[in-house]
Design a protein around this ligand. Structure first.
Ligand code: 13P
Length: 252
């Protein structure tokens, strides 16, 4: 079965509630005819419920940007569980974004726990991996991505892996305007598929969606999507405006 593309927008810590709703509602008609891909937007926690309610019945799904490692009600001040995310109408959660790894001490181990928590709650986990500039320049990009992948998906079953989406986001390409070339991205995506085949199975590797993230724009989405192992995009800056995100969704 062909892999269905996913175009996801990560709104990071942008937009107050009113702006989030406004952008979501502006997006709705612009992508209403996009049947070729799944469309996901990830507003901040405080906007999730309202945005999900306002998009109900549309072809746009809503994701959270993080979740707790804890699955039960517990004394974890400030945390939000995967069940709570599911409860407000989300279908997806982004896990292990490089900004969480960089600023909030996210590790491969916590990524693994959060991924399991997300799957346990019936969410699809968008698990992020990617090397820094230093790691790429020192020739360690593949090694880093491999360990993030293998450790992040450790212990997941075949059916768990069916509800995982991988996002390859080279840290040096995030918010810098410096996209990986389609060839660079394809090379890493092919490598990721090979690692999944070794760590899980050929079948899982064949079916899993691998998104590219890092300065994706309406101008470069086509070339990226033409690569055989690129199954979609995780878009930051260019997802904040409905018009530019819609152009990315409607890349073909
Ligand atoms: P930019 O598209 O702004 O580079 O951000 C990418 C990203 O971090 C998406 O998660």
């Amino acid at each position: 079965m062909a892999r269905r593309p996913v175009i996801a927008g990560n709104w990071k810590m942008y937009k107050l509630l009113g702006e989030a709703v406004e952008t979501a509602l502006a997006l709705k008609p612009l992508v209403a005819n996009a049947n070729h891909c799944e469309i996901v937007i990830a507003p901040v926690y405080t906007a999730l419920k309202t945005v999900a309610d306002r998009l109900e019945g549309s072809n746009i799904k809503v994701a959270a940007q993080n979740c707790s490692t804890e699955t039960k009600f517990s004394a974890r001040t400030g945390e939000i569980s995967a069940d709570m995310i599911k409860d407000v109408g989300c279908a997806h959660v982004i896990i292990g974004h490089s900004e969480r790894r960089q600023f909030f001490g996210e590790t491969d181990e916590s990524v693994n726990q959060k991924t399991k928590a997300a799957l346990h709650s019936g969410l699809t986990a968008i698990v992020c991996v990617g090397e820094t500039l230093d790691e790429r320049e020192s020739g360690n990009a593949e090694q880093i991505v491999k360990s993030q992948l293998v450790n992040g998906t450790d212990g997941l079953t075949v059916s768990d892996m069916e509800r995982i989406i991988i996002a390859y986001e080279p840290v040096w390409a995030i918010g810098t305007g410096k996209t990986a070339t389609p060839e660079q991205a394809q090379e890493m995506h092919g490598f990721i598929r090979q690692i999944i085949a070794e760590a899980h199975s050929e079948e899982t590797a064949k079916n899993i969606r691998i998104l590219y993230g890092g300065s994706v724009k309406p101008e470069n989405i086509n070339d990226l999507m033409n690569e055989s192992d690129i199954d979609g995009a995780l878009v930051g800056g260019a997802s904040l405006e409905a018009e530019s995100f819609a152009k990315i969704v409607n890349y073909r």
